[in-house]
Design a protein around this ligand. Sequence first.
Ligand code: UD1
Ligand code: UDP
Length: 368
Amino acid sequence: MVKKIISIVGARPQFIKLAPLCQELRKQKSRFRHVIVHTGQHYDYNMSKIFFDQLGIPDPQYHLDVGSGSHGQQTGTMLEKIENVLQKEKPDWVMVYGDTNSTLAGALAATKLHMPLAHVEAGLRSYNRVMPEEINRVLTDHCSDVLFCPTRNAVNNLKKEGISNGRARKVVNVGDVMYDSLLLSLQVAKKQSRVLAELQLTPKQYFLATIHRAENTDNDENLTGILQALTELSREAMLVLPIHPRTKKILERSAKLKSLAHSLKIIPAVGYFDMLLLEKNAKLILTDSGGMQKEAYFLSTPCVTLRNETEWIETVQSGLNILGSIQPRRIIQSAKAILKKNIAIRRNRTLLGRGQTGQAIVSFLINH
Ligand code: UD1
Ligand code: UDP
């Protein structure tokens, strides 16, 4: 019998996580029917559609057009709309990805309807409850029947919360699905992206930064500190900042912040191919993005994380990522320290899996 799988996505990193699963499920057409639900949490072309186009993800069967809003309003609207879809489609599995409001809404909707729920990228913890993502991932993990973890640490984090492999629940270390995505796209990106030429960038002579975490952007002191550090660093090399719409709106509202950032090369958020090329060729990445810390690691580009903690501790243990905090002086010191190391660090190629996570997940679904 063909099993129906519903994937619920809505934000930029989730499209990237979905791509390998789509590809693997397509190979198993006789076993699975895959239905994609897009909540509409992200909606600008360069935050949504471009990833479907570049990664060959089929158009979602359902587009819920939820858009932006407060946490309660956005999550609540998603919950109501996802419930309608699930009741109509009656899937065998509901899959949710990562830790956004779309993840939590999908998890709650499925659980309340007693539908089997699988969480891709389960078990990550920052232990910082101020982050909306931490709440989303803890609740989603506790609702899930199958927890697809990217690392051994993630499996251990779940164990500490009483979630472990058993009769009722499965916890499996399948590796990081974003490594699959990167491997699927890097060669195509190299052929198709013109971003270095367009921005007149020389490989290994520019810094690349992104900032979008609410706790960094929505706090004037934190954002000012980060921008001061980036500005200081931009004296040494051009600093390219593809800007998230959240951050863009905040800069547009503040003449002080805009003038502080004037020496940075701020460009609109880019597609995945351009981002991979920018990351690969950067001298250094400074970011508060979860996905970009890992991509820096996969591409062996040094990274300073603009946060006090990270879920991806393996990247820090590798020496390729430093927690730079959000204090200007510490960010600058971290950048200088990691550049001085002249990193010839040997990346442990299997710490975050082997880039076959999509396949591992689909094999699991076939066997269970
Ligand atoms: C969300 C996720 C975060 C993830 C990030 C990936 C939550 C709580 N946060 O944060 O975990 O790391 O996505 O990028 O789910 N906006 C636009 N156009 C868009 C999308 C957003 O202009 O296409 C603007 C809106 O003003 C919106 C703001 O960005 O209010 C924030 O968007 P939202 O989806 O609420 O949170 P993100 O910061 O994107
Ligand atoms: N990304 C992108 N263009 C950008 C910024 C990020 O394609 O302008 C990609 C990046 O390569 C990574 C993912 O988006 O694969 C990370 O998403 P984001 O930083 O928005 O969220 P997080 O990973 O922090 O949840």
